[in-house]
Design a protein around this ligand. Structure first.
Ligand code: SF4
Length: 399
């Protein structure tokens, strides 16, 4: 017996695949992650990495299907406004299951099933009908592992493995319906790994996957912090765009603000409107905040080579930022009393630790605390120090 199990996400897979393994001990099981319905790509990758962790823990082979998001969008065209569990979802299941069956045939599977059967938000009857209709010569296993306390077991297992739990089904249309204009932050992709972003979480989860593949015990905590997110910023002088960074926790300015230098104090230029300041530095570099600065004037960092130019004329400034309470995580790997702290996020200038570098340190046998959102006042370090008495030595951001 050879079973292909289509997998939609790690929380639905963790108990389902465990039961499948127990109920079909002689079967050869392959998991197939085919989910072009998940948007944006970072979210897709995050769910994939967590599915890899689940499969790694159960010793089940995992194959990633194609992320053919354009085909998926074409398939659901005209059904964008449908509610969850409506017509769009039927097409979405059809598409994912049809492709899974194609793959099942390709690898010579005799049976196939899907972890969607585990999802509390999916209609098990409708899924079973679609699955059986599409199966043809391959037998569809309509397994109901939700009953008999299965759903509760799934939650318990998912919590004990500290699996990332998404808060929307997957597609942009479902997300818009569920979160309205708040869905924007789920869809924005940041360059680098800004504090609390999906990119940062993905990095932490990829490191965890690697550490667990070496048999290292991991522990992950989620914490809340006050986040400052830069949406847009520019500093111009006539038609020249001046390379600049923004001091975290700077407030937004309204529209396009033109201002003249009012005062010069050392290397700080103070402008006559909106509390705008320009701090001149030897080079354009961001630095982590020791603690949150309560002064929220819109402040730019500019290289000293632009000093004369800046003093020659008025500037125009755009700055849009947002404050919010977000979540990030701390990942602890290893049992040593001494911990090496590594920032998981990247600074505005892109500096941060590469995945390969962190893996190298893990392979050297170091016990590591990977610290989310570190650059915004070290909230992860403060959080960890409340919970652990272990000595933590934090590395500087790479130069
Ligand atoms: S809400 Fe979920 S099941 Fe429905 S179409 Fe979107 S991703 Fe597919």
């Amino acid at each position: 017996m050879k079973i292909l199990a289509h997998v939609c996400c790690a929380p639905d897979a963790v108990y389902f695949l465990k039961r499948l393994r127990e109920d079909f001990p002689q079967a050869e099981i392959t998991a197939f992650f085919y989910d072009p319905n998940i948007h944006p790509y970072e979210e897709y990758k995050l769910r994939l990495v967590e599915t890899k962790r689940v499969c790694q823990s159960l010793n089940i082979d995992l194959v990633e299907g194609e992320y053919d998001v354009e085909n998926w969008l074409r398939a659901v065209k005209g059904l964008e406004d449908e509610p969850e569990r409506g017509e769009r979802c039927k097409v979405c299941f059809d598409q994912r299951l049809s492709r899974s069956i194609e793959f099942a045939r390709k690898i010579g599977a005799t049976h196939y099933t899907t972890t969607l059967l585990m999802s509390p938000k999916k209609d098990i009857k409708a899924l079973s009908e679609v699955g059986s209709k599409l199966a043809g010569d391959i037998e569809f296993l309509a397994l109901d592992y939700r009953k008999g306390g299965g759903s509760q077991e799934m939650v318990k297992l998912s919590k004990s493995m500290e699996i990332y739990h998404q808060d929307y089904c997957g597609c942009i249309y479902g997300l818009f319906k569920q979160k309205g204009e708040n869905s924007m932050w789920d869809l924005v992709s940041f360059s680098g790994r800004r504090p609390g972003s999906k990119e940062e979480r993905l990095f932490i989860k990829e490191v965890r996957l690697f550490a667990e593949s070496l048999g290292i015990r991991c522990r992950e905590w989620e914490f809340s912090f006050l986040n400052w997110k830069l949406l847009r910023a520019s500093l111009r002088l006539k038609d020249t765009l001046i390379p600049s960074l923004v001091v975290p926790f700077s407030r937004s300015v309204k529209g396009l603000l033109k201002a003249d230098v009012e005062d010069v104090i050392g290397d700080t230029l103070i402008y006559n409107k909106g509390g705008i300041k320009v701090m001149l530095m030897d080079e354009l570099r961001d630095s982590p905040l020791e603690e949150i600065n309560p002064v929220a004037d819109p402040t730019f960092i500019v290289s000293k080579e632009y000093r004369d130019l800046l003093l020659s004329d008025r500037i125009s400034v755009e700055l849009q930022a947002e404050l919010s309470w977000d979540n990030s995580t701390v990942l602890l790997m290893g049992e040593d009393e001494k911990l090496l702290g590594i920032p998981a996020d990247t600074l505005q200038d892109g500096r941060g630790y590469r995945f390969e570098k962190v893996c190298e340190l893990i392979k050297e046998g170091k016990s590591i605390a990977l610290l989310g959102a570190y650059s915004l006042g070290k909230p992860s370090l403060r959080f960890l120090r409340e919970r652990l008495t272990r000595d933590i030595q934090v590395l500087d951001y790479p130069s």
